[in-house]
Design a binder for this molecule. Structure first.
Ligand code: NAD
Length: 508
């Protein structure tokens, strides 16, 4: 394979065709794995109908994709950072130009409302633009040493990266990994979630049109076993995983067998602390953002909402009013604010948490039911966002990550109490504090054990800022310049300008 700059007109060929054939994407083209053991039936969340059937890749297909990425690595990694950056900038431009079509694909895959999908896809363009822009600044160091000697600390790519993603932000998860990895000179094999296989393939065709050489970015489709094959492949230098804690443990264990670097972006159970002096309207808006975006299927969601006693009643009243105004419906409709849950099993799991919460003493103030839509959408799992009160810290719904639209509202008295209870979790992905007292805002933010803390807002992740978890929420960081350390290794080259000084070892 050569490092020839590819070109194509993917998007003019029609994006809707992609839904019909989200196969593997290897060495610059879609390929149907002929030896697939079986097909995955991918269901469209909005309708509960079959969206597409995708052949599941085995060891042979994984090896094919890794070989393609390995073959092109020498020429991709030898391009200057700026040359690579230019390709990423072009990919960003193509995504922006096709934002509406790609957003629609994401809606079909996920069931999330179209307005949210547009935000997600725009964030993909942002990430490609950011790493395209900073690529030229990915440099090493020159370190002067005694006697005129010096060292160069070279920043080198790692090789072939194996990426594995979750289903809640399919393209965003992929691009957050691929954009910085490619900017650093690595090549990539990505396995999307079996529930959302479509847009990762679209990205391959965007890269082709942007002139990224064939083989630099590849996609393999499959379930957990396919992911495990990718993790254990000896030519994969690093694993970058987004998903649940139990799967993260397996990925890390497999990585350990091959002494591979591992980045893990895992689950959360984040605290949102609202003090009595907070701007009430902003606190309500943030609570909606922290609980009900993407049907509550967001890793950083602030699902433990701690509200100070003196404003508790008024806050709950306003939150229930605002929640009841959310519009559940067809994800393609412009006025829909709540779309469909990813699939039936997950919807049943979310409803199960509501039943358990009630059994354990919580009171359901609104939502928590399946809403039946009519016609084509009658097979979709639409759940009304739920607000629970009378919650205790040791209830199942308060301790475990639900990954659905359930807000548990907890009452607190003092700042110390709020901080202590907020940190009483094995997770540490995010958190937030709402207050007008600037010192308290900083004090509390500095005390929350989490990778991201917002003061007076929630769930914003500009590409410039590192994102990742403390404790069981993960290892490593994505985004910002922090991620560069996780996609490169340094080589120190020491240059001696004088004679070798070996002490008394050498006698004339
Ligand atoms: P999951 O762990 O079930 O699956 C994630 C991916 O891992 C899928 O692609 C799956 O096929 C693959 N997989 C399964 N078994 C594997 C194995 N043994 N080896 C390798 N790969 C394997 O998670 P999910 O249900 O898809 O996603 C939801 C979870 O993801 C939630 O816990 C959520 O908090 C988390 N998440 C975290 C972030 C973050 O940035 N921290 C972002 C999105 C989602």
């Amino acid at each position: 394979m050569t490092c020839e700059m590819a070109s194509g007109r993917i998007l003019s060929r029609g994006l809707t065709r992609m839904v019909a054939a989200p196969w593997n994407y290897v060495a610059g083209k879609r390929c149907d794995p002929c030896d697939a053991s079986h097909n995955m039936k991918v269901v469209e969340p909005a309708s509960g109908q079959l969206l597409c059937e995708v052949p599941v890749s085995g060891q042979k297909e994984v090896a094919h994709a890794v070989a393609a990425a390995k073959e092109v690595f020498p020429c991709w990694s030898k391009l200057s950072c700026r040359e690579r950056g230019r390709k990423l900038l072009e990919a960003s431009r193509i995504i922006r130009e096709n934002l509406e079509d790609i957003s629609k694909l994401e809606v079909r895959d996920t069931g999330k409302p179209i307005w949210e999908a547009r935000v997600d896809i725009e964030s993909c363009a942002d990430a490609l633009e950011y790493y395209g822009g900073v690529a030229g600044a990915i440099v090493g160091q020159h370190v002067p040493l005694s006697g005129g000697s010096f060292a160069m600390v070279q920043r080198q790519p790692l090789g072939v990266i194996g990426g594995i993603g979750a289903w809640n932000f399919p393209l965003q998860t992929c691009v957050w990994k691929v954009a910085p990895a490619l900017a650093c000179g690595n090549t990539f094999v990505y396995k999307p979630s079996q529930f959302t296989p479509v847009t990762a393939v679209t990205l391959g065709e965007v890269f082709k049109e942007a002139g990224v050489p064939d083989g630099v970015y590849n996609v393999i489709q499959g379930e957990g076993e396919t992911g495990a094959f990718l993790c254990s492949h000896p030519d994969v230098a690093k694993l970058s995983f987004t998903g649940s804690v139990p799967t993260g443990v397996k990925v890390m264990a497999t990585g350990a067998q091959g002494i591979k670097a591992v980045t893990l972006e895992l689950g959360g159970k984040s605290p949102l602390i609202i003090f009595e002096d907070a701007d009430m309207k902003n606190a309500i808006k943030a609570t909606l953002m922290a609980n009900f975006l993407s049907q509550g299927q967001v890793c950083s969601n602030g699902t433990r909402v701690f509200v100070q006693k003196s404003i508790f009643k008024e806050f709950v009243k306003q939150l229930v009013d605002a929640t009841n105004k959310l519009k559940i419906g067809n994800p393609f409709a412009e006025d829909t604010t709540v779309g469909a849950t990813i699939h039936e099993d997950h919807a049943k799991k979310v409803l199960g948490y509501i039943s358990t919460a009630k059994e354990e003493g919580a009171t359901l103030l609104c939502g928590g039911e399946r809403i039946m839509l009519e016609g084509e959408l009658s097979g979709g799992y639409y759940l009304s966002p739920a607000v629970l009160v009378d919650c205790k810290d040791d209830m199942t719904v308060v301790k475990e990550e639900v990954f659905g639209s359930i807000a548990s509202i907890l009452e607190f008295d003092t700042e110390e109490e709020a901080i202590q209870r907020a940190n009483k979790t094995d997770f540490g992905l995010a958190g937030a504090v709402f207050t007008k007292d600037i010192q308290r805002g900083h004090r509390v933010a500095n005390s929350i054990e989490a990778g991201t803390v917002w003061i007076n807002t929630y769930n914003l992740y500009p590409t410039e800022l590192p994102f990742g978890g403390y404790k069981h929420s993960g290892v490593g960081r994505e985004n910002g310049m922090a991620v560069i350390d996780f996609f490169t290794q340094t080589r120190t080259v020491y240059v001696e300008m004088g004679d070798v000084d070996c002490g008394p070892l050498y006698q004339e």
